[in-house]
Design a protein around this ligand. Structure first.
Ligand code: 5AD
Ligand code: SF4
Length: 440
């Protein structure tokens, strides 16, 4: 039997898809990229913006032909939209057989293999498993590797922050942390298989606590695992950039010199309304410390344009902050009211066009800044983690610097994904840094 998984949304979903993949394979199932070949079509979905749900539903609808060709094909919807829409998803798209939320993945083998359910209208309830489980941390389990040299490990599930725009606490439940020993076990296993780069995942990853461990002590422990060379993490919350953590971020050579820190807005009034629990000034202090120690510290962020109640003056403060901080890159989103969240109760004043227009101004500014930040890399010798041959030119390869910039280079001699090599950054074409390997 074969399974096909399509993943939408964030890295947390990517990790969960790899966890589910492992469960499917434990039942003797193999992966296929071709939905036409699959016995199980699994959709791991996102709810963070309306567009994310629409995209997944449109894709699931297209699966009807496979179900018609083979009525034994099972269509399984998992992830945040499964939790958010629950049973109503089945009413919306009758081809869906199972709807399984993020805390119920351990039931997948049982439901799909040992007690195959013949989906009928009558057993609909049994086929919708979306309850939260405050104990479920997939203890003792390991996801499949993202790649032979780099993988993700979830250390925190759920979120307690309740930012007023955000659906995550409703679809992923309250925060819970994985035990340190279990995190280290999964990373050790990955390292033993050749992984050298680890990305730790959580909605507010740097709020991590377990026993006596904090995020700072966890980073140090991960860095001691033999074979681990680069540690990344997504997404930290500004509130938890403690002095201890900053010391480790700047002092532990295995912790990569880049971070994705969501800013959301450059206006204190908006941050307050978003219930972000930090101010513009507090964010700037973090940036000062990181960039003060290392001007090339890679910083990316998330920014929402057109939040409910955002005035032109608020938006201009965001532009000002973006100019001041000089992020290396940014994910820029248009505010999307999500049913059930605090801010969705408030009437929007901005039209869709106004929100788009703000977003376009922000994107234009950030694009300029990204180019300027890339220029700073020219002439430097940078250690690259080699990823793959370039899709545009097979004679060239692609890798990432420690501060998370993509570099294209022509290898000298034999090279493999997962190798580390030093390149001199000697050219920039468009968005892309180009380098020449240097003999060491
Ligand atoms: N509308 C637009 N963007 C949102 N995000 C979260 N909720 C919303 C929403 N309702 C963005 C935030 C978050 C990222 C993952 O998605 O910027 O950091
Ligand atoms: Fe990830 Fe949030 Fe989207 Fe869920 S809703 S996939 S947690 S971004």
């Amino acid at each position: 039997m074969q399974y096909h998984i399509a993943t939408y949304g964030c890295q947390m979903n990517e990790y969960d898809s790899l966890l589910i993949a492992k469960m499917m394979e434990s039942q003797g199932c193999t992966a296929t990229d071709d939905p036409a070949q699959a016995d199980f079509l699994i959709f791991n979905t996102c709810s963070v913006r309306e567009k994310a749900e629409e995209t997944a539903i449109a894709r699931i609808s297209k699966m009807k032909c496979y179900k018609e060709a083979n009525p034994n094909v099972r269509i399984v919807v998992v992830g945040c939209m499964a939790k958010n829409l629950g049973e109503s998803l089945m009413k919306k798209r009758r081809i869906i057989d199972f709807v399984i939320g993020p805390d119920q993945y351990n039931k997948i083998p049982e439901i799909l293999f040992s007690r195959p359910v013949i989906p009928t209208k009558g057993n609909r309830k049994y086929r919708v498993l979306t309850d939260f489980d405050s104990e479920e941390n997939y203890l003792g389990q390991s996801a499949k590797l993202l790649s032979p040299f780099s993988t993700h490990v979830t250390i925190q599930r759920g979120c307690n922050k309740h930012c007023s725009y955000c659906i995550v606490p409703y679809v992923r439940g309250p925060e819970k942390y994985r035990e340190t020993a279990d995190v280290l076990r999964e990373i050790k296993e990955a390292a033993d298989k050749g992984v050298s780069e680890i990305t730790l995942l959580g909605q507010t990853v740097n709020a991590y606590k377990s026993g006596n461990d904090t995020f700072a002590t966890l980073l140090n422990k991960v860095s001691e695992i033999s074979g681990i060379q680069r540690i990344r993490f997504v997404s930290p919350h500004p509130k938890y950039y403690t002095p201890d953590l900053i010391e480790v971020l700047l002092g532990n050579a295995k912790v990569a010199t880049s971070a994705h820190i969501p800013l959301q807005s450059g206006s204190d009034a908006m941050l307050k309304k978003m219930r972000r629990q930090h101010t513009v000034d507090e964010f700037l202090r973090i940036v000062e410390k990181l960039r003060g120690a290392n001007p090339l510290y890679g910083l990316s962020t998330d920014i929402i344009s057109g939040f409910v109640g955002e005035t032109e003056a608020d938006f201009e403060k965001t532009l000002e902050m973006v100019r001041e901080i000089q992020f290396d890159s940014a994910f820029m989103f248009i505010y999307s009211p999500r049913e059930g969240t605090e801010s969705a109760k408030e009437q929007e004043i901005l039209s869709a066009e106004q929100k788009w227009e703000r977003q376009a101004r922000l994107v234009e500014l950030q694009n300029e800044i990204t180019l300027q930040r890339n220029q700073l890399m020219l002439g430097r010798n940078e250690e690259i983690l080699v990823e793959r041959p370039s899709s545009k030119n097979p004679e060239e390869w692609v890798g990432k610097t420690n501060n998370f910039k993509k570099v294209v280079f022509k290898p000298v001699g034999e090279i493999h994904p997962g190798d580390y090599l030093v390149c001199n950054i000697d050219d920039i074409r468009g968005w892309t840094l180009r380098g020449t390997p240097i003999a060491q």
